[in-house]
Design a binder for this molecule. Structure first.
Ligand code: 1PR
Length: 530
């Protein structure tokens, strides 16, 4: 089986390549515009913003062949922005024309109680019978987007599925042999692989007519995500290991704790139902990431078998290597995206960036956050925050945002603020957690990974006061991290705060709580999950 991939060099298409290969299919590249017309089956994995996709298609002479292919009803599968590109235009990049196969404009999600972008697993309403969904059993699928196709713009004969996220939008379109998904089948676990398989093995087919009214009352549910995190570093023998600290101290009796091999653990967590896997290269701040081949290999190998989103953090910043060669943070991120990352996470550099932004009051346009989000989209830029509590007797003692805390300080202090740290908690900064996350959101970050040094590795439950504070301060998704000790802690964090996802490390590595138990406990508590 062969499939042609429209890789126009805009970003990470390694995930879709890995998924196609895992299904035993050979990939042929589009080299010239005419390949778009002659391909037996064509996959167009939309990566980047609407404007950058359309500009690249235009520059390469791909617009006319794409339109013709679709008009001639030749097998076509578009993913994410590729679905949006079928429309006349998008609020994301006003004034830039789409392919115009479908009428109307793509719209931004309106800021509401729900985070924007939508990042995570949601369901679909199947609006007509389609071989694209043969064998589909109401599983949730992985979405990452801030813009959507409104219901009223999509002609009935094209609407294939609808999804609810604040509003009801069209999550897949199909007419004859032309299909496009807003979700990412290549990152939707086995359910997504099955959908890809349906496309790869499909025969030519006639158009279907809608069978289900679009006004169905039941809503699809966006799931709370459960994320497994692997803190990775070299041990004293030079082997790359998954480690885990107590309040960021990863040594026990002088040795770096070794809890397993990164690729093996990532694979295990995928098979056990993790919704995402995160790698943090915890000594990245002092290494030269582009020379860190073992970490890149970990990512390459893990992405071959892990079909849920992979995030990598650690060392994403501008740097000059030992030979005096300069790399921008964008170069480092590009290397990670090429190696299989779906998102990158920035820690120490984000603190320096926001300190400068607040001092000057200006966006430089040159920071890692701005540059990486401009090229790869805001949803690809996660900020890892490493705060610790600073206790005060009264909020008047500080200009930082305080909370009245249930866990009193050593001298009975009733208030605390959260000081951001850098270099894995080794140095404090001038910023508090609220200043950092708001600055990062303004600069173009798409998600917050919120750790808490006081809670890390304690098994004591998540830092609910901090999570609520940060969640209220931003509209992008927040991942609660640090302190998970039991499945009930996940229920608590989702009940007591509006966290979008919860991440744990120690309990999964030490096999104290299986991911399946977390999911079952969440479902029993009535919390939507995959
Ligand atoms: O600063 O951009 O190079 O990124 C470095 C990254 O490494 C940051 O994301 C930072 O959080 C992380 N990091 C640095 N040092 C450590 C350490 O532990 N010594 N790990 C470290 C942070 C925190 C979580 C952890 C949760 C859950 N680890 O990711 O997995 O706290 O743990 P638990 O469930 O066992 O409580 P840069």
């Amino acid at each position: 089986m062969k499939v042609t991939l429209l890789d126009y060099g805009a970003g990470n298409v390694r995930s879709i390549r890995n998924a196609i290969r895992a299904l035993g299919c050979e990939i042929v590249e589009v080299q010239h515009p005419e390949d778009i017309l002659t391909a037996d089956k064509l996959i167009f994995p939309g990566v980047g913003s609407f404007g950058s996709v359309m500009h690249t298609l235009r520059d390469r002479g791909y617009i006319e062949p794409l339109k013709r292919r679709i008009e001639e009803d030749k097998p076509f599968l578009g993913i994410c922005v590729a679905l949006q590109a079928l429309f006349e235009g998008s609020e994301e990049t006003p004034g830039v024309a789409g392919l115009g196969i479908l009428p109307g404009q793509i719209k931004k999600f309106v800021r509401s109680a729900l985070s924007v972008p939508q990042i995570g697993w949601n369901g679909i309403h199947l609006l007509k019978e389609s071989p694209s969904f043969a064998g589909y059993e109401e599983e949730k699928l992985y979405f990452v987007h801030s813009y959507h196709a409104p219901l009223d713009t999509v002609p009935e004969d094209w609407a294939l599925t609808a999804t609810d996220y604040g509003t009801r939008f069209i999550s897949a379109v199909e007419k004859g042999n032309v299909t496009a998904f807003q979700f990412h089948p290549e990152k939707s676990g086995q359910a997504g692989l099955n959908l890809l398989q349906n496309f790869l093995s499909s025969q030519k087919r006639p158009s279907q007519t809608p069978i289900v009214p679009i006004e169905i009352e039941k809503k699809t549910e966006h799931a709370k995500r459960v994320i497994a995190c692997l803190d990775v570093r070299s041990n004293d023998n030079g082997d790359l290991v998954v480690t885990k600290g107590d309040q960021y101290d990863v040594r026990q009796e002088g040795e770096v704790r070794n809890l397993g091999k990164p690729v093996d653990l990532a694979r295990r967590y995928y098979q056990e139902g993790a919704d995402e896997v995160t790698f943090l290269n915890i000594t990245g701040f002092r290494d030269f990431p582009m020379e860190d081949q073992p970490m890149i290999e970990v990512l390459q190998k893990a992405s071959e078998n892990v079909f849920v989103p992979l995030t990598i953090g650690g060392g994403i910043r501008d740097f000059t290597d030992s030979n005096g060669k300069y790399y921008s943070a964008l170069d480092v991120a590009a290397q990670y995206f090429r190696s299989g990352a779906d998102k990158i996470s920035i820690g120490s550099d984000a603190v320096a960036i926001v300190e400068e932004y607040l001092a000057t009051g200006k966006k430089s346009g040159k920071s890692s956050i701005e540059q990486i989000s401009a090229v790869y989209g805001v949803q690809a830029v996660v900020i890892s925050v490493d705060p610790r509590r600073v206790y005060v007797q009264s909020p008047d003692e500080t200009t930082h945002t305080c909370v009245k805390t249930g866990s009193l300080g050593p001298n009975g202090e009733e208030y605390c603020w959260y000081q951001c740290t850098i270099k894995g908690g080794r140095e404090g900064s001038k910023l508090d957690a609220v200043q950092l996350v708001q600055g990062c959101e303004a600069l173009g970050a798409g998600e917050i990974l919120l750790n808490c040094i006081d809670k890390d590795g304690t098994n004591d439950g998540f830092e609910l006061e901090l999570i609520s504070l940060v969640k209220k301060a931003v509209s992008i998704p927040v991942i609660a991290s640090s302190g998970a000790g039991s499945a009930r802690d996940f229920v608590e964090v989702f009940r007591e705060t509006d966290a979008d996802a919860a991440l744990a490390a120690g309990i999964f590595h030490r096999e104290e709580v299986p991911i399946s138990e977390v999911k079952t406990t969440l479902m029993q508590a009535g919390i939507s999950c995959r």
